[in-house]
Write a protein of this length. Sequence first.
Lengths: 266, 239
Amino acid sequence: MSATTSTPPRVTTGHVSPRLIMATTGRVLRQLRHDHRTIAMMLVLPSVLLGLLYLLWQDLPTPPGQLSLFDRVGLTMLGIFPFMVMFLVTSIAMLRERTSGTLERLLTTPMARLDLLLGYGIAFGLAAALQAVVTVTIATTVYDLEVTGSVWLVVLIAVVDAVLGVALGLLASAFARSEFQAVQFMPVVVLPQFFLCGLLVPREQMAGWLQAISDVLPLTYAVEALQEVGRSTEATGTMWVDVAIVAGAALIALALAAATLRRRTS
Amino acid sequence: MDAVTVTDLVVDRGRRRVLPGLSFAVPAGQVTGLLGPSGSGKTTLMRALVGVQQVRSGTVTVLGEPAGSPALRSRVGYVTQAPSVYEDLTVRENARYFAALYGKGSREADDAVADVGLADAAGQLVGNLSGGQRGRASLACALVGGPEVLVLDEPTVGLDPVLRVELWARFHALADAGTTLVVSSHVMDEAGRCDRLLLLRDGELIADSTPAQLRADGRSEDLEEAFLNVVRAREEVAA
């Protein structure tokens, strides 16, 4: 019998524990590993969609001295895909934790709420890194996407975007009672950010109030960071500020998500 | 020595008062059965014991600490009525994850899986198991922490009689080793297997007794019959 009372009680506090975070990261990745189709879709789908854009704009003439439409939009999509995919995957995963009773159970264990959320963030951040490496490789080799700066910066920005998606997904799951509701948060959270990020209409040409909204949406900064990498050979100060803003927004969303995880419920 | 003390516990869910003011104690190192029909407040009470239930008033003390306090989280195990394990992980992976949360290793995890009779199914995804097996996988994930107090919500539902007897033997072995168990059930034939009984009906404690005492009070060898007699006697007093 493994269960005895001779085990000395371990005093636990509400502090974050790297050991518990890594245990959770490992668990989430193991869950993913059992789901082959999800892995395949996560890794391949962005490349396929990007290929569709490539073919769509292939024969369109580009005015001299300008970036081709594919170079401009394709690069931006490298940041938008991981944000979108990870938002969706995380909000469903967290909703399952809530509805299956595993969340309630986890909250009775020594685990702190942030351990759980950071575990998710790291797990899906790693998945996003793999996704970004695959997509960036295909985009720059098969589709001849031109990136003036380092492709590793593109991967970094994609991962930070993914972590933002994870954090917002964790937060959104608190407001969904069913999976039907959870998937519908995707357009609510993602599309306005996509419309206003400066890709469809340059931000300078937007109405003032729209630009003001665009200013407070984190995806705007992710897109600007990617545009900086697309233009400059070296990492610019603007790009680092943008990355910091996106990361900061992710941390705020994680903190808010932690606040929605109530240990005691009615 | 009491492992759990509940004093004047009042719990509301929505506008409904589920527990109108319970007081009782659970002795350490014994199997205490929490019996009552579905909807009598058993699950709400168990959630209060592990500190995930919002309570209106009253106190719940477990091992000398307020229920749900951080220091208790590695000392109290909870198994919900619906199996709360990850369906897309194997039994072993589930047990190892919960082992890690309690600071235990993979050896303890494998032992816990074997203890609930799932050693042969350890490599299977929980989603592919039968309902009874899932329940046992869920139980393994609580045993793995080696808790001093184990709160089990209807752990034997849907199990075949042989397994049920085995599990009850397991519960008593744990109690003999010093673990305090609180086990809920809605079937009275399990009442006889408990050291102590708490009978709950509409959130009220009908009896805080032992099987032998209940048989005497209810003037019947059959616990179900005895329970009914006690309920009727109370109703006559109230009327």
